[in-house]
Ligand binder design. Structure first.
Ligand SMILES: *Cc1c(COP(=O)(O)O)cnc(C)c1O
Length: 435
């Protein structure tokens, strides 16, 4: 399988190149030149396959420059935790994607990418620098995935004051090969700095650069594994097929991976792209006009994105046909108040504690059901553990959320970050000095 830049350059590359570059020389995102179809037999067998078996079956259709044995090792290192489906009712289940080391779904992509990069880098003598802009969860997932991996250093950029206390601790307390940059600006500023760094000749001269944002194709593809897995579990538990997938969305990487899964042959009724006050995508579906804006701060802050980077991939997957996109994807937004109310409703109905991101999903799903009278089962992707957003959850429910030990450990450590403005020259200087 080869990969192309969606900015239209004819430069087709192999998986290794796409992963190491992160972003194409023309500034475009990489996509596979075709979406492989899985056999009906594979789809049939999903209920009896493990997450790791599914992962290998899916990823080996995209990657032909890593031998299958090595690919299996990468999967075993990266996806060393589960994704249980919690069925709450005949019509609703929650896919818990927070059982990885940093309690968020980004562990899937980040750990796969880290292990793939370590594999590709093992024979190089030059150091590889991973630059990551994070609105909260990416950073800790990435930092954790690359921690102490030889020959690789990580630069994390996060918006000052716009991530939770817990997230900040996760981002800034690791040390060793992980360097945190606290940017006085928004997440979009951070993302912009990373994009500029990739195009800067001084920086490129000194380092081998790669990205671990959801723009990296090796981050994106592993996020399709759990769509297949949860489909199989739903069939096994309730004997239901063709679910709705409700995806709390920010940069739209998670949703894009789901769309890829469905184009590979996974039966899906519909996708619901649930967003918070940053309602760029619902506006696009309604009007056909894509209008990026500055990000607005919300309690589901990992989705505070005003210019979703995977929008271009979503559109590319449908060859720019707005009506086809509308048939497959419903999108709406939830306010912070609606999000808190939904946390209460889900707890009252099912004794289930959901985090603000999953709650945005449940809230938008409810709006969808109300407007369409749909009775189709929906799998809501729960993208973070509620303990990561304990302040919001506890204020909504008036109960204490238990903090898993893998999170509690870092809360007692000292923050270390380089604080700078959102100007590229400042960032460039700090980067060239610090790393
Ligand atoms: C990153 C993140 C999202 C948004 O995912 P995208 O792929 O950027 O759309 C949702 N919830 C949580 C907890 C996240 O960390």
């Amino acid at each position: 399988m080869k990969f192309f830049s969606i900015n239209g350059s004819k430069n087709i590359v192999d998986f290794r190149t796409a992963v190491l570059r992160g972003i194409a020389d023309d500034g475009g995102l990489y996509m596979p030149t075709q979406i492989p179809r899985l056999s009906p037999g594979f789809i049939e067998a999903l209920p009896s396959l493990t997450l790791q078996e599914i992962a290998l079956g899916v990823i080996s259709r995209f990657i032909d420059d890593i031998p299958k044995n090595d690919l299996q090792n990468i999967i075993e290192q990266a996806i060393n935790f589960g994704a249980p489906l919690k069925v709450l009712s005949e019509r609703l289940s929650i896919l818990e994607l927070f059982h990885g080391p940093t309690l968020a779904f980004k562990d899937f992509g980040a750990r796969f990418l880290a292990n793939a990069l370590a594999y590709f880098n093992k024979d190089e003598d030059k150091e590889l620098i991973i630059l990551v802009a994070t609105s909260g969860d990416t950073g800790s997932a990435v930092a954790n995935s690359f921690y102490k991996i030889g020959g690789i250093k990580v630069g994390l950029l996060y918006p000052s004051g716009m991530v939770s206390k817990t997230q900040e601790k996760q981002l800034t307390t690791m040390g060793k090969n992980i360097h945190a940059f606290e940017i006085e600006g928004t997440f979009d500023d951070c993302q912009c700095l990373v994009k500029k760094a990739f195009l800067d000749s001084d920086i490129k001269k000194k380092f081998n650069l790669s990205s671990a944002n959801s723009i990296n194709i090796a981050r994106l593809l592993p996020q399709s594994f759990y769509y297949f897995y949860s489909y199989g579990q739903l069939k096994k538990i309730l004997n239901q097929e063709k679910p709705i997938f409700t995806v709390p969305s920010g940069n739209f990487g998670n949703l894009t991976a789901g769309l890829i899964a469905s184009q590979m042959g996974l039966p899906v009724n519909r996708f619901i792209a649930a967003v918070n006050a940053n309602a760029i995508f619902p506006h696009y579906l309604r009007t056909g006009e894509y209008k990026p804006k500055a990000a607005i701060k919300t309690i589901s802050n990992a989705m505070d994105v005003g210019n979703p980077s995977n929008y271009a991939r979503v559109v590319a997957l449908y060859s720019n046909h707005l009506n086809r996109i509308r048939r497959n994807i419903f999108s709406d937004s939830a306010t912070d108040n609606e999000t808190l109310q939904t946390i209460q409703e889900i707890y009252a109905s099912f004794s289930y504690i959901i985090d603000p991101h999953g709650a945005v999903g449940c809230c938008v799903l409810k709006k969808y059901i109300k407007s369409t009278k749909s009775s189709v089962h929906s799998i809501v992707l729960e993208t973070a553990h509620p303990a990561k957003f304990a302040e919001s959850v506890e204020s909504a429910l008036k109960i204490k959320v238990e903090i898993p030990s893998r999170l509690a450990d870092c809360l007692g450590k000292q923050k270390r970050a380089i604080k700078i403005s959102n100007q590229f020259e400042d960032f460039k200087l700090a980067l060239l000095e610090a790393i």
